[in-house]
Write a protein that binds this ligand. Structure first.
Ligand code: C5P
Length: 221
């Protein structure tokens, strides 16, 4: 039997990162934050990225090598041997990431890179298209949902904890724009895989959700 893949997809601020990390820790396997890959690429390419020609983009992307260092829950996503820092966590970088994430060359590059990691290591992979496009054969798939207001408040708190200024109303607007952009794009839109288990994260604690996820995973094994 090869490596195991568990996918967690859903919109911004729904709790994917906390839950994917927590599940990886419980199962003692690696955690892959694919949003960080799109964010890091957006950060490296800069604001002109959305207007770049495909060829130029492909060339720039080819120079970006993403790797997972280590195999367990303490594994770390690297871009060219460097840890992806917190500077990519702002909503501004998120919006730019969402713009380049609609482009075919970008998605193809990321998919190839993510599938390679999935062949090498057991993963909890979080993103938008993990269960639908990148790992359609994953052994266990989750799709997270929560009210936009709940998600904006959560994201706001996270940014404040990082010591950043955060205006909840502005974050709500940016998140809504990003969700629309991610849900309506032609390639790999944000939709639940038909075989994903849907979970509303608004009314449960992370520990309760992790218990449910772990039980569901145990049932599939
Ligand atoms: O998850 P996170 O908010 O960090 O993702 C940033 C952006 O990257 C998303 O809004 C989305 O446009 C893009 N993304 C994607 N597919 C993924 C993960 C992220 O298109 N698997």
């Amino acid at each position: 039997t090869g490596p195991v893949t568990i996918t967690i997809d859903g919109p911004a601020g729904v709790g994917k990162t906390t839950l994917a990390r927590g599940l990886a820790r419980r199962l003692k396997i690696a955690y892959l934050d694919t949003g960080a890959m799109y964010r890091a690429a957006a950060w490296m390419l800069g604001p002109s990225a959305a207007e770049m020609q495909e060829e130029e983009l492909a060339k720039r992307l080819d120079g970006m090598r993403f790797t997972l260092k280590g195999a367990g829950p303490d594994s770390c996503l690297l871009l060219e041997d460097r840890v992806i820092g917190e500077q990519v966590r702002t909503e501004e970088v998120g919006l730019l990431a969402s713009s380049i994430a609609a482009l075919k060359v970008v998605r193809e590059y990321m998919k190839k890179s993510q599938q390679k990691m999935g062949r090498e290591t057991s993963l909890v992979a979080e993103g938008r298209d993990m269960g639908t496009v990148v790992f359609p054969d994953a052994s266990c798939k989750f799709f997270l949902q929560a009210d936009a207001g709940v998600r904006a408040a959560r994201r706001c708190r996270q940014l404040q904890e990082m010591g950043r200024e955060a205006d909840e109303q502005k974050i709500l607007e940016q998140m809504r724009r990003r969700d629309v952009q991610d849900s309506e794009r032609a390639i790999a839109p944000l939709v639940p895989a038909p075989d994903a288990v849907n979970i509303d994260t608004g009314s449960l604690t992370p520990e309760e959700i992790l218990d449910r996820m772990a039980a569901i995973f145990a049932d599939t094994g």
